[in-house]
Design a protein around this ligand. Structure first.
Ligand code: FE2
Ligand code: FE2
Length: 191
């Protein structure tokens, strides 16, 4: 569960398994946006070398995930379509502070929370899907996203006092729980 305060709604996994094409398309967009988040962070805070280095690694990994999901889409003759948006992430990001340095803390923590939720969903897919190829793919990706969660929390603790990080993580995970329970069980990575 990493830092998360609730499990995914039980209806989500069935919705996802029944609409695997939609999940794959949305998943590809999520990986691309995860890479974009890494690029945005290293562009906004170039003076923070640890952010530069860790985000350079993360961008590479997320693009690698993106390429892998695209290969599944291509192999299965699925028509790749435009990103229809992610209401979960959109709502979560409305809770960021506007002023620095609080904004940096919030950006690192929300990125970590999104990684944690993605890790949980990928694990659910790995456990419930019968397709052996996708099962091992989701399993591997889930571990990778867990590692990204740890990276973001470590970065937060490098630049902010641990107590402040824990307090804000507690607030943001409460907000995330409210978002997760209120969302319909759409066949997308974040529902
Ligand atoms: Fe990823
Ligand atoms: Fe990730």
């Amino acid at each position: 569960m990493l830092c998360l305060k609730c499990e995914t709604n039980p209806g989500w996994i069935q919705s996802a398994l029944n609409n695997l094409e939609s999940v794959l398309i949305d998943h590809a967009h999520c990986e691309k946006k995860a890479a974009a988040t890494g690029l945005s962070l290293l562009s906004t805070y170039p003076e923070k070398m640890e952010i530069n280095m860790k985000m350079a690694d993360l961008v590479e990994e997320e693009i690698d995930h993106y390429r892998s999901v695209l290969k599944f889409i291509e192999k299965r003759n699925i028509q790749f379509t435009r990103d229809t948006g992610d209401p979960y992430v959109k709502e979560l990001l409305t809770h960021l502070h506007n002023n620095e340095p609080e904004r940096l803390l919030d950006r690192l923590l929300t990125a970590g929370i999104i990684e944690a939720r993605s890790c949980e969903r990928l694990q659910l897919l790995a456990e419930n899907i019968s397709d052996p190829e996708l099962k091992s793919f989701y399993q591997a990706l889930s571990s990778s996203e867990a590692g990204h969660y740890v990276t973001f929390i470590k970065l937060a603790k490098l630049y902010f006092p641990e107590e402040k990080v824990n307090r804000r993580l507690d607030e943001l995970t409460n907000i995330e729980r409210e978002i997760v329970v209120s969302l319909p069980d759409h066949p997308t990575m974040h529902g």
